[in-house]
Write a protein of this length. Structure first.
Length: 424
């Protein structure tokens, strides 16, 4: 009986200890609650040029201003005494998260920048090593959140050089030259090309073409169809060089995607590229596709067969929908012509629908070299700017409802060229 009594006493002691331990654990949890995830807030940087469009212009400085919201239709955003005139850095740049990345006008370094307190602030800079680049003339691709690949032709446009950057501290983690050479019957390569990284198989796709320049003149002739270099992202070996059969040129091959977004991946890792071909001596846009696991474009696929001119920018909104900005050759083709319009492309049905506001098609806009649209995935809304003969206005496309509302306006006298979304 004594043994049983001792046994029951031990059991009771263990239960009491467990009870106190549990209470202590609960008390600790209450004393040290898990902090909630910080809410990410955003702002928009607007870039304008006074008097006329900027685009790919080296002799014009641009004015940058940050605004918290673009949604209020009663707001007119003025640049008189506001924002900052940017001269040392170009409008053509890479941006992600909180920062801008670019080769500045000094042509000697890579810069990580942030526009804050009405000033373009240098966060970090990295001098070039062996490979050198010119501002406005390079392609890029993000390989992960902190790895940025820069690619371009060299100074003589005979070779393709590459540099890999760790954007956390802007260190150069690798650089070299691709095994691409100028094709027979041509003497130079296109300036920048367009670059993309496919995560599913760790491949880089570099889109470029050969050109023949005539000495002593500005005349050039391009090869009939651009090429696809498929690159092993680990070794940087060119595994394939393919001459595509679907289109003549890529959009923005002179400056990568520094001014305009021309390439994207959908949820299934299919790659889409904005390109164009000559039809009756007019450049007509195409939206091509390389399916996941493939290396060449899908034969006969064009998601934008209704194009009236060049397809200038494409912005993926999810669920097969794309916000597109394109031209109408019948109205005009120069940067100042009011000849460009917005539509929604469905990559599955290969159809496009011009955007409307209150039942009326949104007016044609001026400005071809631009990315005056941005998609805020947190809000599921795309913001896009229109420069008409009468106003500079921002419209808002709600991807959930498919409706368009009017947002803020830009003051007269300033030509709206860029809109970019940043984390605070």
């Amino acid at each position: 009986m004594k043994k049983l009594s001792i046994f029951y006493s031990l059991v009771a002691a263990l239960m009491l200890t467990a009870s106190f331990t549990a209470c202590s654990s609960d008390d600790d949890k209450n004393d040290n609650p898990t902090p909630p995830e910080p809410k990410v807030t955003y702002h928009y940087d607007l870039m304008v040029v006074a008097g006329n469009h900027g685009g790919m212009s080296k002799d014009k400085s641009h004015i940058t201003q940050s605004v918290d919201s673009l949604s209020n239709a009663a707001t007119t955003i003025s640049f008189e005494g506001k924002g900052a005139e940017i001269t040392d850095y170009t409008m053509e740049c890479i941006y992600d998260g909180k920062y801008y990345y670019q080769v500045p006008v000094s042509n000697d370094r890579f810069s990580k920048l942030q526009f804050k307190n009405n000033k373009m602030n240098v966060i970090q800079e990295q001098k070039f090593k062996d490979n050198t680049y010119k501002s406005r003339n390079y392609a890029h691709a993000w390989m992960d959140d902190n790895t940025l690949m820069i690619m371009s032709t060299d100074g003589e446009h005979k070779k393709v050089i590459w540099t890999k950057l760790n954007t956390t501290d802007m260190t150069i983690t690798g650089e070299g030259t691709l095994s691409i050479s100028v094709a027979e019957d041509y003497n130079v390569l296109t300036t920048s090309g367009v670059l993309a990284y496919r995560k599913s198989d760790n491949k880089l796709f570099y889109f470029f073409y050969n050109k023949k320049e005539t000495s002593g003149s500005n005349k050039t002739s391009n090869e009939p169809n651009f090429r696809i270099a498929v690159i092993n992202a680990q070794t940087m070996a060119v595994e394939q060089e393919i001459i595509n059969k679907e289109a003549a040129q890529t959009t923005g091959s002179a400056y990568g995607e520094l001014l305009q977004q021309t390439i994207f991946f959908d949820e299934n890792d299919n790659l889409y590229l904005s390109a164009f071909s000559s039809v009756n001596k007019k450049n007509i846009g195409q939206l091509l596709r390389i399916k996941k696991g493939a290396f060449n474009f899908e034969e006969g696929y064009n998601a934008f067969p209704e194009a009236k001119g060049k397809l200038l920018t494409v912005q993926y909104l999810g669920d097969g929908k794309v916000l597109a900005y394109s031209g109408d050759n019948a109205v005009g083709t120069s940067i100042g012509d009011v000849a460009y319009y917005y539509s929604i492309i469905d990559v599955n049905s290969k159809t496009s629908t011009r955007l409307t506001y209150k039942g009326t098609e949104i007016p044609y806009s001026s400005g071809s070299f631009s990315q005056r649209s941005v998609y805020n995935a947190n809000e599921k809304k795309a913001y896009f700017g229109v420069n008409t003969a009468d106003e500079q206005c921002i419209y808002i496309y709600d991807t959930t409802t498919g409706t368009v509302t009017k947002g803020a306006s830009i003051a007269a006298g300033y030509y709206f060229d860029q809109i970019r979304l940043f984390e605070d």
